[in-house]
Write a protein that binds this ligand. Structure first.
Ligand code: ADP
Ligand code: MG
Length: 314
């Protein structure tokens, strides 16, 4: 559906996007995740034909964005970081205008009415855009992207500046749109991507540092690498005992407030399994193991670990 090959973008001597490649299959919701300045908007602007690449190719539904720009662009609905709204138009006038601009061939009234219903902007249809709240403005931006019913939607940080309720609404809207569209959505917020996307491409400093399903990406980093352990024993000595078990990388005391009970986070070397040793050694000391469970790394941890590993931080 979307194929990005060896894409590079330089602004003067600064390389904003550095040789990235990825594909998006039909019907996928892909999250483009990265800190500010990572190159997300630059990539999206190239994908949508707003910016030319220094090197590399983008094809949308088989059409090269440079060689067949009209065919390629007809497949795309784009919500840029700053939605291109005309403040002195009403929502109705603006959507009519965008309909003409896109040379849309679908029945005008019916098509626009359907979009307004899906996006839930019917109640502000005759209001001036400048008088709408930020959340509604963002919705109008989304509505504009949907005109012509393009199979691909590219949404650049669609929830920036919205309040928590509006974020939840826009998220569920994107999920619903994902049922009938291929969606690429960018964000610098992990929980957002995790909640909405099937797949995540993590980008940092213009380079892709991970590309996997949301599930795999989480699983890859949570395979028994960290345990939470609760022991009825003296905190300091118990920590030392656990630290001495082969395969233990680090022991962190999380809590020892409760009478004689201490809680630890135990980081474990890849491939090691400390559970039997842990049980036996604690039993020998008669410090009962009350509880132990894997502590899954959050996507936040994964993100930090991925980007730190590559570039020594951001
Ligand atoms: P993101 O959307 O992930 O925050 P951008 O794609 O906007 O990142 O920017 C990537 C890098 O390119 C940043 O370092 C930014 O300062 C730089 N950059 C973006 N646009 C321009 C431009 N028009 N001229 C020069 N540098 C730019
Ligand atoms: Mg951006």
């Amino acid at each position: 559906m979307i194929e990005v090959k060896n894409l590079t973008k330089r602004y003067g001597s600064h390389c904003a996007v550095n040789n990235i490649s990825f594909q998006v299959e039909e019907g996928q919701i892909l999250g483009f995740l990265g800190p500010n300045g990572a190159g997300k908007s630059t990539t999206m602007n190239i994908l949508t034909g707003y910016l030319s690449a220094t090197d590399g190719t983008v094809t949308i539904n088989g059409h090269d964005i440079l060689e067949e720009p009209n065919e390629a662009k007809a497949n795309i609905g784009y919500l840029p970081e700053l939605p291109p709204l005309y403040m002195d138009m009403t929502v109705r006038e603006y959507l009519d205008f965008m309909y003409d601009l896109k040379k849309c061939a679908l029945p005008r009234k019916k098509h626009i009415a359907e979009i307004c219903k899906v996006i839930k902007i019917e109640d502000v249809y005759n209001r001036l855009i400048k008088n709408l709240s930020k959340g509604y403005k963002q919705r109008v931006g989304m509505a504009q992207a949907l005109i012509g019913n393009p199979p691909v939607l590219i949404l650049d940080e669609p929830t920036v500046g919205l309040d928590p309720n509006q974020i939840i609404e826009i998220r569920s809207l994107i999920k619903a749109l994902g049922k009938h569209h291929t969606v690429i959505l960018s964000s610098h917020i992990l929980s957002e991507i995790e909640a909405v996307c099937d797949r995540i491409v993590v980008i940092n400093d213009g380079k892709i540092v991970a590309d996997d399903t949301t599930e795999n990406l989480t699983a890859r980093f949570s395979e028994d690498r960290r345990l939470q352990v609760v022991v009825a024993g003296p905190a300091k000595e118990t920590a030392e005992l656990i630290a001495a078990i082969p395969g233990v990388e680090k022991v962190t005391l999380q809590n020892s407030k409760e009478n004689g009970v201490a809680t630890f986070a135990v980081d474990i070397a890849e491939g090691a399994d400390i559970r039997r040793d842990l049980f036996v050694r604690l039993a020998q000391k008669e410090w009962p193991l009350l509880y132990s469970k894997p502590l899954a790394m959050s996507l936040e941890d994964i993100f930090i670990s991925l980007t730190m590993g590559q570039n020594g931080g951001f």
